[in-house]
Design a protein around this ligand. Structure first.
Ligand code: 13P
Length: 253
């Protein structure tokens, strides 16, 4: 059985007090309403991680993730955050290669391969993001584009390493636009991703990897999207900033 995971990517939102309130609310409602079989991951801005870890405590199946990390283990990289620092504040997941980092911070497939290595070496779980821009989808080149991203950043890994990853498919045209991929479009891409991983790492590995969908996912469409047999959860932006919506998405399984 693959893990069902719903991760909330807060992006650059929520000041400290707001972040604490949101996390308390999520944890309280999660405990009351959610069956433990869906893993929730909260990915706040770095500076909140330590305090939010205290709020989450040992709540079963609620975890903390970072939105990014540096590709080096330590050193003279002013302003950066290392994987060991993330571990020391109880983060267990790290989002790698979000399209906003690729677009605004120039992160390339090759550079992301290094971040994946650094993350795995530290024992953290990368949530590796892939996804095509609108013009690629309109040209009908989306499968090729996404599978190439995976090849470039992940195909140097061993099967054992690959098993430790979570993949998030986030079509860029659906992020923050209110325009979600249809359930069919999501399932079809997820199946392609799994087949591509299977071709390199074998069926056992491909079948064990959770593939999340991201892009304008909300309580009203999560149920339909999560019904796809290769859709194992979601990476949620805007809707993760409201506890009720985030939990309702988790409960859509
Ligand atoms: P939205 O859910 O706001 O479209 O964002 C998706 C996303 O980028 C999550 O990483």
């Amino acid at each position: 059985m693959r893990k069902k995971i719903v991760a909330g990517n807060w992006k650059m939102n929520k000041a400290f007090d707001e972040g604490k309130s949101l996390t308390s609310e999520i944890v309280n409602i999660y405990k009351d309403e959610v069956k433990d079989d869906v893993t929730a991951v909260i990915c706040p801005p770095y500076i909140h991680l330590h305090s939010l870890a205290g709020i989450i405590g040992n709540t079963t199946n609620v975890f903390l993730g970072a939105q990014n990390c540096n590709d080096h283990e330590s050193g003279a990289y002013t302003g950066e955050i290392s994987v060991d620092m993330l571990k020391s504040v109880c983060a267990t997941f790290v989002i790698i290669g979000h399209s906003e980092r690729r677009e605004y911070f120039g992160e390339t497939d090759e550079f992301l391969a290094k971040k994946v290595d650094t993350t795995l070496k530290a024992g953290l779980t990368p949530i590796f993001c892939c996804g095509e821009p609108l013009e690629i989808r309109e040209k009908g080149a989306h499968f090729e584009f996404v599978t190439q991203q995976l090849t470039n950043s992940l195909f140097h890994l061993s099967a054992d390493e690959m098993k430790k990853l979570v993949i998030a498919y986030e079509p860029i045209w659906a992020i923050g636009t209110g325009k979600t991929a249809s359930a069919e479009q999501a399932q079809e891409m997820h199946a392609k991703i799994r087949a591509h991983l299977s071709g390199k790492f074998g069926d056992d590995v491909a079948e064990s990897i959770s593939i999340l969908y991201g892009g304008s996912c909300k309580p009203s469409n999560a149920n339909e999207i999560f019904a796809g047999k290769d859709v194992d959860g979601g990476l949620i932006g805007g809707a993760s900033l409201k506890a009720r919506d985030f939990i309702d998405i988790i409960k859509s399984f």
